[in-house]
Design a protein. Structure first.
Length: 151
């Protein structure tokens, strides 16, 4: 099985687990003398089975990510950590850039003048460069996901 397939299966399992949680909660109580729409014990058994499969899949994905070298330099896990950090940094910088470049309208000369505390143009160039790095990193990760066999 390719790593990409395992990642897709993981996502499907996580969705099914969330649905099972909802179904369990919907069948936790019934009016006296009534029966639940679904047997909670069967749902709990299904939940246990799905979590066991998810654990196996996550372990296999993690083993694969930790042992797969990309271009002989870094593991796939290293690239995933870099991707997560780049995404976080970009989100913060984009929000800051939005605040720094916001226009403040003055209706008279006597109103307080507001100006940016940073060079917006330079910061935008930095964000553009980081965005390019993130796109290239995502492409590398996706390529490895589709070509790497799951361990």
């Amino acid at each position: 099985m390719k790593l990409a397939n395992a990642l897709s299966q993981r996502s499907e399992l996580q969705t099914r687990i969330r649905q099972l949680e909802s179904r369990l909660n919907n069948n936790a109580q019934v009016q006296e003398g009534e029966q639940p729409a679904e047997d909670p014990m069967e749902l709990l058994h299904e939940l246990e089975t799905e979590y066991a499969r998810l654990e196996e899949l996550i372990s296999a994905i993690n083993r694969t990510n930790n042992s797969t070298l990309v271009e002989g330099k870094a593991t796939l896990s290293d690239l995933l950590a870099r991707r997560d950090c780049l995404k976080g940094k970009l989100n913060i910088l984009r929000g800051f850039l939005d605040s720094a470049s916001a226009l403040t309208r003055r209706f008279s000369v006597s109103e307080i003048k507001v100006k940016s505390t940073v060079n917006v143009r330079e910061l935008q160039k930095q964000v553009d460069g980081l965005s390019k790095d993130l796109r290239e990193l995502e492409e590398t990760i996706q390529e490895k996901n589709w070509t790497t066999e799951l361990l």
